[in-house]
Write a protein that binds this ligand. Structure first.
Ligand code: HEC
Ligand code: HEC
Length: 197
């Protein structure tokens, strides 16, 4: 009985600590960067390509997974347009892919300080997430059902899988695409991981 309780506690603690975050791998990230055609616009050097900014940020200690996630969310609308123009198909990106790409950009895996759920709740309201995701009749998925699974890398993956659908709903609702700082992204993730239905 006691052992069962211990296991239950361990599972609950793991859930509260956030998602199972994949560990990135620099070499895999470098391969993906070419295979997913990121290099065709972003170039393979620190300076970047002619069509898009450079992504190799090895010597910047402030460059964390949430810096990547927030930059991608902030620039997604512009990037989707560039991809449509260049007729590059948006690739499928799993959280593991995102972790590998991050490791390649940063030169090594790195972690963020955990965010604050209460502040994340404010971000969730201020960036209009609630206006769709907490109104079930609008057809956006209920994010509370995925509490405990959110991480910087799941946010990157969701953006690539669902960003197109989200963007077209936002245009339809006349909601502007939002920009994020890395801190806002940390708080938002902490909030989503503790979100109750
Ligand atoms: C067709 C060209 C194109 C392709 C392909 C492309 N991007 Fe981009 N990307 C852009 C452009 C253009 C921007 C800047 C958009 C803006 O600021 O409005 C951008 C912005 C970004 C940013 C934010 C940059 C910043 O300021 O820090 C990240 C991160 C990023 N892209 C990652 C990727 C990854 C990873 C891939 C491959 C899976 C990829 N991109 C593929 C054109 C592209
Ligand atoms: C205009 C409505 C709208 C707004 C605003 C909006 N979303 Fe979404 N979101 C959607 C829809 C619709 C989908 C499903 C899109 C699809 O699959 O094509 C979605 C999908 C998602 C997913 C993927 C869920 C899954 O099942 O994997 C995440 C994560 C997400 N949104 C987070 C956010 C966050 C965080 C914000 C605020 C910054 C936000 N959304 C703002 C409509 C919205």
């Amino acid at each position: 009985m006691f052992r069962v309780l211990l296991v239950v506690c361990a599972v609950l603690l793991a859930r509260d600590a956030g998602a199972q975050v994949p560990t990135g791998d620099v070499a895999r990230g470098e391969r993906l960067f070419k295979e997913l055609q990121c290099a065709s616009c972003h170039g393979s050097t620190k300076a970047g390509g002619t069509a898009a900014p450079g992504l190799l940020k090895r010597d910047d200690p402030a460059y964390t997974p949430n810096a990547l996630a927030s930059a991608m969310w902030s620039h997604a609308a512009g990037m989707w347009q560039a991809m449509e123009k260049a007729k590059v198909q948006r690739p499928q990106m799993t959280p593991a892919h995102a972790a590998d790409l991050f490791a390649f950009f940063a030169g090594a895996p790195r972690v963020d300080k955990p965010g604050n759920p209460a502040q994340g709740g404010k971000v969730y309201q201020a960036k209009h997430c609630a206006s769709c995701h907490d109104e079930p009749y609008l057809g956006a998925p209920n994010l509370a059902a995925q509490a405990g699974t959110f991480s910087s890398f799941s946010m990157v993956s969701s953006l690539w899988q669902h960003g197109g659908g989200m963007l077209s709903r936002m245009v339809a609702k006349n909601t502007e695409w939002q920009k994020f700082t890395p801190e806002e992204m940390s708080h938002l993730i902490a909030y989503l991981n503790t979100k109750r239905p």
